[in-house]
Design a protein. Structure first.
Length: 262
């Protein structure tokens, strides 16, 4: 039987020791359920939640369900929270909800909706001065620009998001952003720059002991550099250039992994 991760187990023990009316118990229950979603614990083991959740509690749980790969639950929870945030005039909550819904719209292929949600979320995050939210919104808009084939815009957006992530020392996001820049360089046919970016992502991932980032960077290097064989490229084209059209679909495999959170 799979055992729950230590942090979830400790939180459960703390909840068991607390009285039902202890201050903060509702928040602790939501955090426990969110950790279970992030760690993809079986639904049968899910923490029982109080009947009435505050909008930000619903947002947190929806955010975790989104990262944990449960889109219907995420969209339902965050959609309800968004309505409350707008009614209450909660600018940060509205931006945070739009950020989650924007990524879900991207996964569903609803690109126009994703762009609207991403742009409004970015404006609100900047208005309230939330640099984490700004980085998240820039990443979404960068991916959308990449999907549309606007590689110059995608590069500028990812560079802006990378600068913010480095400032905040969000290392998994830093590694993902560098790899995204490498992917764009691959799609644009600049394989030397792509290799340099993936190698940098690999180096940072190893320094930070981030296994997923190591795998992501290695996959990128493999996509950028074609296998060495006796195959000869078509006349007038280099071996690397000839592989570019096939690599234009690599964003789809990245998107299907739902890596780092969207």
């Amino acid at each position: 039987m799979v055992q729950p991760p230590r942090r979830t187990t400790l939180l459960r023990h703390a909840l068991a020791a607390a009285g039902p009316a202890d201050a903060g118990r509702s928040d602790a229950l939501v955090w426990c359920a969110a950790l279970e979603a992030w760690e993809r614990m079986p639904v049968a083991r899910a923490t029982a939640l109080p009947g009435d959740l505050f909008p930000r509690q619903r947002w947190l749980l929806g955010f975790a369900r989104s990262d944990g790969g449960d889109p219907p639950a995420a969209i339902g929870l965050v959609g309800e929270a968004l309505e409350d945030f707008r009614r209450l005039g909660d600018r940060w909550g509205t931006a945070a909800a739009l950020s989650v819904l924007g990524w879900e719209s991207l996964w569903l292929g609803e690109l126009a909706a994703a762009r609207r949600e991403g742009e409004e979320g970015l404006a609100l995050f900047r208005e309230v001065g939330d640099r984490w939210g700004e980085s998240r919104a820039l990443r979404l808009l960068g991916v959308l620009a990449e999907v549309a084939g606007n590689y110059d815009d995608a590069t500028a957006l990812h560079r802006a998001g990378l600068a913010t992530a480095e400032e905040l020392q969000l290392w998994p996001v830093v590694i993902e952003q560098i790899s995204q820049l490498g992917r764009i360089a691959t799609l644009a046919g600049d394989h030397g720059r792509a290799d340099a970016r993936y190698e940098r992502a690999l180096r940072v991932a190893r320094e930070r002991s981030f296994h997923h980032g190591v795998v992501h960077a290695r996959v990128g290097l493999g996509a950028s550099t074609p296998p060495r064989s006796s195959w000869a490229p078509p006349s007038g084209r280099s071996r690397r250039t000839a592989t570019v059209p096939a690599s234009r679909t690599c964003w789809r495999s990245w998107a299907s992994s739902r890596s780092c959170g969207g």
